[in-house]
Design a protein around this ligand. Structure first.
Ligand code: PGA
Length: 249
């Protein structure tokens, strides 16, 4: 389960969220679940410290595509590693749309992340217009293919891919079981066609209006290995409940 907190919260609310999550994890014996939290950059170090010795892992919501230097406001992959990140989210549709990030920049970010040993969670998914014009498969392939090549392949043993249809994000309207099943089977096929080992080691997540109410049926879909959760991850009770349900599936 990956919690994408986006640009939400403040120091006080984030410390409270961590404290509640830690308690729930210990009380409900969730330590065996792989849970990754993606706080805003400025709180990464505090969260890493507060999370202490629990099994919860930390990741960043983005990284810069350059290694270091004159990049005002930039945060490099090495800096993320320095403050305790193990993961980095790349290519979220909000980054693609609000910051005009294209596949080229996403590939550069992936390269920087892999260089310092960060594991990548790469988001892909179609807009509503693209879905309505029958382009789901084309969009998925176009977003996936540029990041998998001979250069990155040897380092992609622990890749996470999140299929997030843009129209399902924050809309209270998750994709249907059939839509998720179709997209994920296509993603798996693309991976298999590139490299069988890559296909076996890659975990595929679904994201887009995941809640405690639909997580069970989503995780029951064959190809789904986990979920990327935005809004519902900001409430510790709901997020812990999602993790508890996931543990039983
Ligand atoms: P949501 O966000 O769960 O609020 O739909 C998911 C995401 O954007 O990663």
């Amino acid at each position: 389960m990956v919690a994408n907190w986006k640009m939400n919260g403040d120091l006080q609310s984030i410390e409270r969220l961590i404290c509640d999550l830690k308690r729930d994890f210990l009380d409900k014996d969730l330590e065996s679940e792989r849970v990754i939290i993606l706080p805003p950059h400025v709180y990464l170090q505090i969260v890493a410290k507060d999370i202490g010795s629990t099994s919860i892992l930390i990741g960043a919501q983005d990284t810069d595509e350059r290694e270091s230097g004159s990049v005002t406001g930039g945060v490099s992959a090495k800096m993320l590693r320095d403050v305790g990140c193990e993961y980095v989210l790349l290519g979220h549709s909000e980054r693609r749309n609000l910051f005009d990030e294209g596949d080229g920049a996403i590939f550069q970010k992936l390269t920087q992340a892999l260089k310092v040993g960060l594991k990548a969670i790469v988001c892909i998914g179609e807009s509503l217009e693209q879905r309505n014009s029958g382009q789901v498969l084309e969009v998925i392939s176009n977003q996936l293919e540029p990041i998998i090549n001979q250069e990155t392949l040897p380092q992609l043993e622990e890749l996470l891919i999140a299929y997030e249809p843009v129209w399902a994000i924050g809309s209270n309207k998750s994709a249907t079981i059939q839509q998720i099943g179709y997209a994920l089977s296509k993603i798996r096929k693309i991976l298999r066609d590139v490299d069988i080992n890559l296909s076996e080691s890659t975990k595929i997540l679904y994201g887009g209006s995941v809640t405690e109410k639909n997580i069970a049926e989503i995780l029951a879909i064959d190809e789904v290995d986990g979920a990327l959760i935005g809004g519902a991850s900001l409430d510790s009770k709901i997020f812990s409940k999602i993790c508890r349900i996931a543990k039983t599936i």
